[in-house]
Design a protein. Sequence first.
Length: 363
Amino acid sequence: MKKARLILEDGTEFVGTSIGSEGTTFGEVVFNTGMTGYQEVLTDPSYCGQIVTMTYPLIGNYGVSVNDSESLRPWASGFVVREAADHPSHHQMQMTLDTYLQAHGVIGIEGIDTRMLTRVLRKHGTMRGLITTSDEPVSELLGQLRETAEIRDQVAQVTTNTPYRIPGPGRRVVLLDLGVKMNTVRSLTARGCDLIVMPAYSSREEILAWQPEGLMMSNGPGDPADLFDIVETIRSLLGVIPIFGICMGHQLLSLACGAKTEKLRFGHRGVNHPVRDLRDQRVYITSQNHGYVVAQDSLCDTPLEITHVNQNDGSIEGVMHRELRAFSVQFHPEAKPGPDDSEYLFDDFMKWIDEQRGGAAHA
């Protein structure tokens, strides 16, 4: 088996065995605490430009099935595991994890101490790194890493190029694709929505041309503060139609209302994050994947009120406009991977659309 190395930007080196494709890949090294859902993680567009470490020690034990993909291809730049299962077993399995990574050109590494790597990232914060199967000296590889520009607008890479429609008998909803996962689409079509999926940089006029009754903004990769054009579009639509944002959509709604965002030390990525709904004090277990959050002290002079908080670190997990029909959450109510405790938020969005419909009817 071919040797592979994971090297962090501070020079820390981990030596293991190659899985997937051979070569060298660069990216931001992050970790995910999920015990399952590795295929959904790999195919989540929010991981564009990132090398993903799975903290659970055995990954790939149920293989890979096309039914479990959240997009048409993996978006992670690299994959890091303690042990990749050689003989997976599942009645829907179509290939092994190693075969899947090879088929899509994803470079991975196994056999390293992922617990130690996670402790390093928790202590020092997320940092850039690389996975390589070459024998080049560390100094040369770090030079290549420094010369490799950090990706600034991953959303442009993952969004759809053209609008497409998924017809339904119910409410017409425009879904702004910032890096949408397929289960967000499924969650809306399961509620009968006449769904229009649109590119992230669609204008106000292009969105309203479809005569939508609601706007949903998906998850997505990168720094939300880089997306000022999209923020301006969202700001122009506040009060026009009900708005629901998740993850990146949550951050952009907050920016559109005057708040600010900031980067977490190592992010929230996993399927077991407890979130408290301040409205009824109930705690939900949620799926999360984000490196940025809304800065709490920036909400003081905005029309937003906090609706959800993270039970682990107190960070903001949801906001709602005090006067207009607009709300958002930092976590993933569509799950995949993860629990569906918070799926009720899609139903809340449908109720808001119906209320808007009723108000228009009586106007």
